[in-house]
Design a protein around this ligand. Sequence first.
Ligand code: AMO
Length: 420
Amino acid sequence: MDQQEIKIYGHIATIRKKGKIVFIVLRTFDNEEQVTVKKNEVSEELWNLVNELGREYFIEVEGTLVKSKIAKLGREILPKSIKIISKSFPPPIDLYGKTEAEWPTRLRFRYLDIRKPKVKAIFRIRSTLMNAAREFLRKEGFVELSFPIIIATATEGGAELFPVIYFGREAFLAQSSQLYKQSAVAAFGKVFSIAPSFRAEKSRTRKHLTEFWQIDVEAALVTKKDLMDLQFRLVRHVVEKILEENEKDLKILNLEKLEPWDHYEVISYDEAIEILKKKGFKIEWGEDFGADEERALVKEFDVPFFIPEFPSSITAFYYMVDERNPKIAHRIDMMGPGDYGVEWSSGGLREHNPDRLKKRMIELGLRPESFEWYLDMFNYGFPPHGGFGMGVERLLQTLLKLERIHEASLYPRTPDILKP
Ligand code: AMO
């Protein structure tokens, strides 16, 4: 078909007058169309109206869609009528300029910033990611559950909690669903949730948000190898789905070369320390990797990799400590590779013996009384289990080569940003 009568709606992205022709780039919800208004071919009324239009006006266009050799999309719309549905102030940030507004300005007007094709591409891909992760886990037999967001105790360290007043009592926003997903594993065997996590960390880095989303997974009777394989296959499935469903978005982001990795690597904690020492870092056995160390380490890899054990002193209480070598705990970190690589997940095997757990809590300076129900549940025939929590924005940051994690969040929350 060479031409077609259509009626479409959209925002005016750009409007350019060239003598007796006006070119409008109309940003519809899922595309861009060129509307070409020729003075000699439209009514006087329509020509006059065109002169009133401005950027970001939301309009209705009725006309004929025809093939075009000059238009970028290979087609253009010759309008018969244009209606202004909603006018716009001149946009305070240039959505189509060659030089992008500074990040703080973009954030201030984020509700406009998210209209940009590049930003929309990121969030259409995020939507695929969420759906693909869910689809993959359900196919693997995991049951999706929702865990409380308002909780009574810290799970990932006390200093990072956001307090809430809960009918006169102190409560907190969940840092993760750790304790609850573990409780559910005894009932369902394989569980997951995709939910927000809140951390009151005053970290102003390229990879920290105070509100982020986790793909939280827990399974009974798993080995460390099972957990690594599962995570690798999960990420692979996500990438495959993005390639399948977001071809256009990848093009907008210049990421046509995105490829699912065909294998993963495993390095020991000791090896990671060695690599860093060779690179001149002053890091000793027993320390966790800081931002600079992590960045240097991930650059050494071009496929995702796992570090499948850590010193127990830097590992949360719920991980299983190695029986033969108590200096080591069975925590596994999954790292995204390359220049945009970051830690994607933490996870591992859990301790399910309540006495050993209690001892661990005391060793780490925690009060077992605060974890009464959690400790108690392990007295009722609890299966060995393990799991992981994968950061949605972190994964997206690496896959889409985003300089800062904030770009993977529609309305990012950081110590400095609370509005809009
Ligand atoms: P952890 O605290 O390592 O582990 O968090 C798991 C994953 O969540 C992401 N993440 C973050 N993303 C953005 N901003 C932050 N401030 C932030 N903090 C963490 C990362 C990280 O790898 N309960 C355990 C997981 C488990 O063992 O199952 C946990 O929360 O991608």
